[in-house]
Design a protein around this ligand. Structure first.
Ligand SMILES: [Zn+2]
Ligand SMILES: [Zn+2]
Length: 274
């Protein structure tokens, strides 16, 4: 049995006094991440979960095959929110899927085509048990009815997932603490956004509380979220117009100071984080 004790770096005075041994039971497979479509598979020892389905069925399965993922192990679909880059493929996927469909009531109500599907609804803050994993849900801050992020736990391993949030809520900061794999939005570089092609109203939306997390916001949060057992921080949902992978990497790596590695999620290049 795994012995798990993960201390956040915020309490640096106790460093070295704690025991840490986190088994790698949970893996993240990013099929797509960004404003043109999002889908990730969280793989546990007894089954997998699909987070969001903003890809066509064909693209979803082709990208999964590219990574060697067995989509037959997917036991549930969880939605973060109803923006089309996260749900455009849900109807077609659900039509040929026997597993559970989970979303908040606000997310289901937010898209007419989701209302006709057999969703099990939950409230932000609820805990779910899916595919043998404990899934904690938490409020995010985005311009939709009821958006959420997730934290997966199994056998002492922990993976956090939080995208599409203008700020990190207190619930998010609490839930995302001490993960082995932390998938966190790093959407834009503020200077690129302010000097880029987006009109002022769109810039204001992205910069606002209901928008997207910047590289700097993600970097600011990291020292209080990571722990000795944090292996990988995945920069999620990068803007193709208002960010560059090299800037996101540099910003997050500076905040991590060598304590975890950074992986940059991509729109069109699937990646596994094991
Ligand atoms: Zn999005
Ligand atoms: Zn969104």
């Amino acid at each position: 049995m795994a012995i798990t004790y993960c201390r956040t770096l915020a309490s640096a005075s106790t460093r070295g006094a704690m025991l840490f041994n986190m088994d790698a039971n949970i893996h993240l497979h990013i099929l797509a991440s960004g404003s043109k479509g999002n889908a990730c598979v969280v793989e546990g020892p007894r089954g997998s979960v699909l987070i969001d389905c903003g890809l066509s069925r064909r693209a979803l399965f082709a990208r999964a095959a590219e990574l060697g993922i067995d989509m037959g192990r997917v036991q549930a679909l969880l939605l973060t929110h109803e923006h089309s880059d996260h749900v455009s493929g849900v109807t077609v996927f659900a039509n040929r899927f026997d597993g559970g469909l989970y979303a908040t009531a606000g997310t289901v109500a937010g898209r007419s085509y989701l209302k006709g599907l057999r969703f099990t609804t939950f409230a932000p803050g609820d805990e779910l048990e899916v595919a043998g994993m404990r899934v904690r849900t938490f409020h995010t801050s985005h311009d939709v009815a009821d958006p959420v992020g997730f934290c997966f736990e199994c056998g002492g391993d922990k993976l956090g997932y939080c995208t599409d949030t203008g700020v990190l809520t207190a619930e998010a900061r609490e839930a995302l603490r001490s993960c082995r794999i932390l998938a966190l939005e790093s959407n834009h570089d503020v200077n690129m956004l302010k000097t880029g092609p987006y009109p002022p109203f769109l810039q204001a939306r992205i910069l606002g509380k209901g928008g997207h997390l910047s590289n700097d916001q993600a970097a600011e949060a990291l020292p209080s979220l990571i722990c000795d057992g944090t292996e990988t921080v995945v920069a999620m949902h990068l803007s193709e117009k208002n960010n560059m992978p090299s800037i996101a990497r540099r910003t997050l790596e500076a905040a991590l100071d060598g304590r975890a590695k950074v992986v940059i999620a991509a729109q069109d290049a699937p990646k596994s984080v094991l």
